[in-house]
Ligand binder design. Sequence first.
Ligand SMILES: Cc1cc2nc3c(=O)[nH]c(=O)nc-3n(C[C@H](O)[C@H](O)[C@H](O)COP(=O)(O)OP(=O)(O)OC[C@H]3O[C@@H](n4cnc5c(N)ncnc54)[C@H](O)[C@@H]3O)c2cc1C
Length: 372
Amino acid sequence: MLSFWESQSFVQYDFIVIGSGIVGLSAACSLRERAPQARILVLERGMFPSGASTKNAGFACYGSLTEVLADIARIGEAQTLQLIAKRWQGLQKMLGRLGASNIDFQGLGGYELISEQELSALDKLEYINQLVKPIFGKAVYSAVSAKIAQFGFNPQFVKALIFNELEGQIHTGKMMQALLTYTQKQDIRILNNCQVNRLETIDNEVQITVNEHVHFKAAKVAVCTNAFAPELFPELAIAPGRGQVLVTQPLKNLRFAGTFHYDEGFYYFRNIENRVLFGGGRNLAFAQETTTEFATTDLIMNDLQQKLQEIILPNQSFEIDQTWAGIMAFTPNHEPIVRLHSPQVALGVALNGMGVAIGSLVGAEVAELLVN
Ligand SMILES: Cc1cc2nc3c(=O)[nH]c(=O)nc-3n(C[C@H](O)[C@H](O)[C@H](O)COP(=O)(O)OP(=O)(O)OC[C@H]3O[C@@H](n4cnc5c(N)ncnc54)[C@H](O)[C@@H]3O)c2cc1C
């Protein structure tokens, strides 16, 4: 039961954003840029942002060579280039807002480990370089296979190494803290432990039911709940994809630094200081990993540990410090869903696993749909 004061001052807004991940917070900040006087609220069901944005690997990436080739086969050159350009623009937007040092951005470059079966991708390296040149102003992919030995990878599995000089890494925790602080400085209210149950449009106003008993109201609403969007809009063709990750204890002689992709991006690892963060393996059990349940499984954790030992750190002992899972969202065409659901409600959901880079731009696009 609300008091008169609460009804007057706490539940009525110009804009409400649902979800406080990268996209939701970026959307709220972009709304502020477009509407300096507006009352803006973000509703988040978790104690923290609780989807993918605080769980990810922190790759500031826009596509490894084999990922780009796979995207071209799936959606064609033009759409693939558009996606890469948007990831790049999104990354610049994030860096501009938060500052490289506040999010520990390090432009160490990214690498792709190429197996025997993937060697033919090297023949396409120059073609892809020419294709992406208009975005980056230069060729970005190069073969650096001499580094396989320097990094200590198992040459039985890693037959070539491709360097992507513009890829970087961030500290995911610092980035989300910086984004929360930035958002709050824009006079945007964020309420946690607020599960949105449903939205109804009544007389051109959207009523949002939270925790089954409080009704918030807004002129316009941005839905930024990524993999959880079908809970509010069951018609959306979004499949959740669980990502499992481990991080080692600090290692004495870590021989590589940067971000690394393997097996078309299904596996990824990086250094975090002198530890290794390693994630992936969803392709081992697609059906089981099509879930919104935050849990790790023995199947995938054992596989990650085995690959870490056999391929990445052969002949080196390590201990696992922590394991966790986060939830991504996938669409059939691998593109985010950014559109109006009704004149009052915009969707910015289904980031398809590369939201660190593109998330800030998707947020801006959602804001533009609501204020134009
Ligand atoms: C293990 C893992 C590793 C990854 N690694 C990378 C990487 O290295 N680089 C990269 O670019 N991308 C990576 N990603 C993907 C990236 O993290 C996501 O694309 C991005 O964080 C999506 O941001 P978002 O704001 O759309 O969604 P989310 O971060 O999922 O945010 C959605 C928010 O909505 C909230 N919410 C949901 N339903 C409701 C509701 N009904 N009411 C209120 N709130 C609700 C959730 O609690 C959540 O906080 C990774 C993802 C995972 C899981």
